[in-house]
Design a protein around this ligand. Structure first.
Ligand code: AMP
Length: 300
């Protein structure tokens, strides 16, 4: 069945460039091409190209097709990063991680076949609401913690958790969407990456880091969900940098946030990365237990 073809493409021996015909699984491998898809409305514009709603013709499977221009990828020297992103994301299977079904390319463009996130960008939702209720924030944080536990179990560190990299699926579930800065690793790393506001002290200071960078970023995200702005925000980059390194964490009086939420954030935003609350403990924290919907879906 063609649906299985699309869904199984990433799983076919990890070769995301090929689709496997289920009628002749053993031998026949076909490349995806643009003619396999009906192209629909534009969903958005990114730094390197456009994203369109699309339908795979044989299966009627709805996807998001991301079209990237090779010239721009080359100019920005991100081909290697894209390759890594595709390699990592195509192997991940978790309800809170956006599926990457496969890719193909022509002379000028690279196409990524992505799961369609029907409710769009979390960032816009947060802008609209200014900040989220504790129940909504806790539901999202718990679902992301579960997705990150899954990634870390596969030795994948995301390294760029922030609202702009999160999409919302049809049921209202969060989907981690951008693995551009992620890394598959068994060692501690030194690279500086991600956006300043969400960077942990060890990355700001370019010392070695490990999977606990994602605990820090999830703490920053939890704060932004509840207060509508990241905790170390400042006018100048240098001030944000200084506030992160000092862990200059302050909780404004408004909006009113429970002591339990603040306790959780304080246990995640810890300078010594080995002392950050492990993600499985986060799931047992009273604030999560009392507020998060176990389904991972926020129902308004
Ligand atoms: P990006 O190039 O990944 O930044 O994507 C540009 C925009 O396209 C995003 O900000 C979203 O609004 C939209 N978009 C990207 N991927 C998807 C997707 N899988 N499902 C729905 N919308 C998407």
């Amino acid at each position: 069945m063609a649906t299985e073809t699309l869904a199984g493409a990433g799983a076919a021996g990890g070769d995301t460039n090929n689709k496997v015909s289920s009628e002749n699984c053993a031998e026949e491998k076909l490349r995806w091409t643009l003619s396999d898809f009906d192209i629909g409305k534009p969903l958005g514009r990114g730094k390197f190209g456009h994203v369109y709603l699309a339908r795979e013709k044989k299966s009627n499977h709805i996807v998001a097709l991301k079209v990237l221009f090779k010239s721009q990828l080359k100019q920005s020297q991100v081909e290697h990063q894209l390759r890594r992103e595709v390699e990592i994301q195509s192997h991940l299977r978790n309800p809170n991680i956006l599926r990457l079904y496969g890719y193909f390319y022509d002379q000028t463009r690279v196409y990524l076949i992505l799961e369609y996130a029907a409710k769009g960008e979390l960032y816009k939702e947060l802008q609209k609401c200014k900040y989220f209720s504790e129940k909504r924030a806790a539901t999202y944080v718990a679902s992301l913690a579960r997705a990150l536990i899954y990634c870390h179990g596969k030795h994948v560190i995301h390294r760029d958790i922030k609202p702009e990299n999160l999409l919302i699926g049809a049921q209202g579930e969060l989907k981690i969407a951008d693995f551009g800065w992620s890394v598959h690793t068994f060692n501690r790393r030194r690279t500086m990456c991600g956006t300043l506001d969400y960077l942990p002290p060890e990355m700001v200071e370019s010392v070695e880091h490990d999977a606990s960078v994602d605990i820090w970023s999830l703490g920053v995200l939890c704060y932004e969900f509840l207060y509508g702005m990241p905790p170390f925000e400042a006018k100048e980059h240098s001030d944000t940098y200084r506030r992160i390194v000092k862990v200059d964490l302050k909780f404004p009086p408004k909006p009113i946030v429970s002591a339990s939420a603040k306790d959780l954030i304080s246990q995640m935003l810890v300078k010594d990365s080995s002392l950050r609350l492990p993600l499985h403990k986060l799931l047992e924290h009273p604030w999560i237990v009392q507020n998060a919907d176990p389904s991972g879906i926020y129902r308004g």
